[in-house]
Design a protein around this ligand. Structure first.
Ligand code: SAH
Ligand code: SF4
Length: 387
């Protein structure tokens, strides 16, 4: 095939060898591919529109492309290859948890939470007088996770593999399609807080963000990436022209507690993490979020709240705190904090001038809440099965 070497150079070697998926390729990569097939650059735009705006999942359905071109692409082994929702679990609170399969059949979890994530009040729900829907989609970045936080169920899987940009963005498009979301009208937040550590898969994660912003039309200001505190990743994020908001899973008010529950602290101390976050050129009214999982008897005392206040005050950027009461999981020996302890902790932060929100647990009954994502199939029956 003429010019094929160009593409091979452009594509990541591993991805190219494994599958010929169109979904996940950037505009530049698709343009090169189209020129390899003797096609003008606008074909790349047609493909992106079909995959990201019309959410078409099979090449045969892309009616904007000439029939002959579709045929040749298929003959050459190209497919759209978007991730598929293979199982759906629905919570009593409306949350849905999906198992989403990538090209090799490995699944990750994606969560749909109608009405936002409950951590903050959103803006009003009307655009041009029409009713809009609000929802948050929680997206995975890796199969499993290598970080090994002691309180997190995903850690039990270890790291199986990184997701590709297409597999990360594909989770979002598959859910938007399932929920018949109207981008531009409905208020959709994305949180990269599912399985995995996004900053240990930085390039693919950021490529997915760019596709979702540039090609699907989702707002970068409505996206949040959560990291356990990978300093090089935070510093790279600070240089990105298009980027999500930043949340740091602090989870402890000092390095001693943090090290006991998050081994990553051995490499990067709290001060280094906060200093790195201070490099972000924040947008107007933007704050960096400190996430703080309250573990009963470990980090939920008022003295811990006071230490956290001190950290927030000396941070070089405006911060807010999202408190999450620990969600239990099989085989994890922590205790849920007492509800009055959670309330007292939050009040202490607020009284000392640190904005603090309590994240409502969502979908605990279907293992969809924070830190419960582990492809949990055996323990519960799916409410609905799709595809
Ligand atoms: N790996 C990234 C993003 C995914 S975890 C990170 O750690 O930031 C998303 C959030 O869930 C993190 O803030 C994490 O601290 C929190 N979390 C993990 N396990 C939890 C559990 N069992 N209960 C409540 N929150 C948990
Ligand atoms: Fe990985 Fe985040 Fe879980 Fe820690 S909390 S093990 S970084 S997914």
């Amino acid at each position: 095939m003429p010019g094929r070497e160009n593409l091979v150079r452009l594509l990541d070697g591993a991805a190219e060898a494994a599958v010929k998926n169109l979904f996940g390729l950037s505009r530049q990569q698709l343009t090169v591919l189209m020129s390899d097939f003797g096609q003008p650059a606008y074909r790349a735009g047609q493909l992106l529109d079909a995959m990201f705006r019309q959410r078409i999942a099979s090449l045969e359905g892309v009616s904007t492309l000439p029939r002959g071109l579709r045929k040749v692409l298929l003959e050459e082994g190209w497919t759209i290859g978007r991730s598929r929702i293979v199982e759906t679990f629905r919570s009593v609170d409306g949350t849905e948890r999906y198992l989403v399969a990538g090209h090799d059949g490995q699944t990750v979890e994606t969560v749909w939470m109608p009405g936002g994530d409950g951590a903050e009040r959103g803006d009003d729900d009307a655009v041009d007088g029409e009713a809009t829907r609000r929802a948050t989609i929680c997206v995975s970045s890796q199969v499993g996770c290598a970080v090994n936080c002691q309180f997190c169920l995903t850690a039990k899987l270890g790291l199986q593999r990184n997701l590709s940009a297409g597999e990360i963005a594909g989770q979002v498009i598959a859910v938007l399609e399932r929920q018949a979301v109207q981008v531009g009208r409905d208020r959709i937040n994305l949180v990269f807080m599912g399985m995995g550590e996004p900053f240990l898969n930085y390039d693919e994660f950021m490529a997915a963000v760019r596709l979702l912003v540039n090609e699907a039309g989702l707002a970068e200001s409505r996206m949040t990436v959560s990291t356990s505190g990978i300093v090089p990743g935070i510093l790279r994020l600070a240089t990105e022209p298009v980027r999500p908001r930043l949340a740091i899973s602090l989870n402890a008010p000092n390095d001693a507690i943090r090290e006991a529950i998050m081994p990553i602290t051995r490499k990067w101390k709290i001060d280094d993490v906060i200093l790195a976050a201070g490099q972000l050129p924040l947008r107007p009214r933007e704050r960096v979020t400190f996430e703080y999982v309250l573990l009963g008897g470990i980090n939920d005392g008022l003295q811990h709240a006071d230490e956290l206040v001190a950290l927030a005050r000396k941070a070089p950027m405006p911060v807010k705190v999202n408190l999450i009461a620990w969600n239990p999981g099989p085989g994890i020996a922590y205790a849920m904090p007492a509800p009055e302890q959670v309330a007292a902790f939050q009040q202490r932060l607020i009284a000392r001038g640190v904005p603090a929100f309590l994240r409502r647990p969502r979908g605990r009954d279907i293992y969809a809440a924070c830190g419960q994502l582990k492809r949990t199939v055996s323990e519960i029956q799916p409410a609905i099965s799709s595809q």
